[in-house]
Design a binder for this molecule. Structure first.
Ligand SMILES: CC(C)(COP(=O)(O)OP(=O)(O)OC[C@H]1O[C@@H](n2cnc3c(N)ncnc32)[C@H](O)[C@@H]1OP(=O)(O)O)[C@@H](O)C(=O)NCCC(=O)NCCS
Length: 170
């Protein structure tokens, strides 16, 4: 279900990313040439195809793996959304990062406030909201959205509990 992207698949990755808009990303349209250049620069070193129904339904790119807090970029193609692939992918990458990288203490992700699907995925996978950045995310029309940050900590992953930050400490 997850197969590691290799540089020889650069054209396929460029087709996938440039093939449709990504409205909840800072750059809604991805440029093919930019993808090819970034492949050459090893930007997609830790990237996996998400396969479903015998086709490439999405990608997940893991980054900052050398840090205690790696991050990820997850994209499911529009016609494959709402079938549980996002949730499975976040569970898969969470198990993989904590299971294979002992130095990883936290995994973080940020999304636009109105990205209801991604926020639901975070919560279903044991991530909790830790941050809220007001008017931090301008879209292509100039409208400024809030953005929200979620994270899971190793201890919660190990125990299966979901603890929350101490927000009312003032
Ligand atoms: C966000 C995204 C990864 C979610 O993946 P998905 O495969 O569509 O989501 P799932 O099918 O796993 O759904 C997970 C939950 O979200 C809910 N959900 C899905 N789409 C939703 C929507 N548009 N609004 C509200 N909830 C939604 C599902 O009902 C499900 O909830 P449940 O577990 O309580 O049943 C996917 O929609 C996507 O790639 N979107 C575009 C790119 C993007 O926004 N990436 C994230 C950037 S940070």
């Amino acid at each position: 279900m997850y197969s590691r992207f290799v540089a020889g698949e650069a054209e396929a990755l460029a087709d996938f990313l440039a093939g449709e808009p990504w409205p909840f990303h800072v750059h809604e349209r991805v440029d093919r040439a930019d993808v090819l250049q970034r492949v050459a620069e090893n930007h997609y070193d830790e990237t996996y195809w998400i396969e479903a129904d015998g086709e490439r339904a999405g990608i997940v790119r893991l980054f900052d793996l050398e840090d205690e807090t790696p991050m990820f970029d997850l994209r499911i193609s529009a016609r494959h959304r709402g079938k549980g692939l996002g949730r499975s992918a976040v569970r898969w990458l969470t198990d993989r990062l904590f299971g294979e990288f002992p130095h990883v203490e936290r995994i973080e992700g940020t999304t636009r406030q109105d990205n209801a699907a991604m926020r639901r995925v975070f919560r279903r996978c044991g991530y909790v909201k830790e941050a809220h950045y007001r008017r931090a995310w301008p879209d292509a029309s100039g409208h400024r959205h809030d953005s929200v940050g979620y994270a899971i900590i190793r201890r919660d992953w190990q125990t299966g509990e979901t603890t929350v930050p101490d927000f009312h400490d003032e």
